[in-house]
Design a protein around this ligand. Structure first.
Ligand code: 5GP
Length: 190
């Protein structure tokens, strides 16, 4: 039977505000095709986010049903809200030969590694703590209290970066995207 080559499963992690979306947009600009997993979450949507389709927003009960049904590849609590990756769309895309990117936080990344040893874990590092704070503030969607919580979480997250297969510095988006692209290409060949 003529089966398509299996795609690479890439976990892309980094503190809130570090520039994951910017780097992924630059990766598309470079001509890389990938399936970006759509997460489910119980947090409130930011303005325009429902329409953007970046997340499926669920109630706590709906989310807990997905956990009970074992429908999530991973899930984690981040600042009091649930976030998770529905497993089926990921498997479908991989079996179609597409590269899959999961844009998730640290605890979820480590769960994926345990469940899928073939996954490749990439951590996007801020150039400096000061630059991360500047980027988080620039987004302008968070209250001061939420910014402080995200900054505290970022310190915990960056302390875990050594557990990842690759660390990429989020400095110039095009350069970070090119590095990520190389990692994806190398992972497919493995
Ligand atoms: P935000 O609220 O800023 O959209 O996301 C907060 C954090 O949750 C970010 O680090 C983001 O990457 C992460 N995240 C988004 N979706 C998922 C998911 O499905 N699973 C896990 N574990 N983390 C996620």
């Amino acid at each position: 039977m003529n089966r398509p080559e299996h795609g690479a499963l890439i976990v892309f992690t980094g503190p809130s505000g570090v520039g994951k979306d910017t780097v992924l947009a630059a990766l598309r600009e470079l001509g890389y095709d990938f399936f970006l997993s759509i997460s489910v979450t119980t947090r409130d949507p930011r303005p325009g986010e429902v329409e953007s389709g970046a997340y499926r927003f669920l109630t706590k009960a709906e989310f807990e049903k997905l956990i009970a049904d074992d429908a999530l590849l991973e899930h984690a609590e981040y600042l009091g809200q649930y976030y998770g990756t529905p497993e089926q769309p990921v498997d479908r895309a991989l079996s179609e030969g597409r590269n899959v990117i999961l844009k998730i936080e640290v605890q979820g990344a480590l769960q994926v590694r345990a469940r899928r040893p073939d996954a490749v874990l990439v951590f996007l590092m801020p150039p400096s703590p000061e630059e991360l704070e500047r980027r988080l503030r620039k987004r302008g969607t968070e209250t001061e209290e939420k910014i402080q919580k995200r900054l505290a979480a970022s310190v915990r997250e960056c302390a875990m970066a050594d557990a990842f297969d690759y660390r990429v510095v989020s400095d110039v988006p095009e350069l970070a995207a090119a590095r990520l692209g190389e990692i994806i290409t190398a992972s497919r060949r493995k």
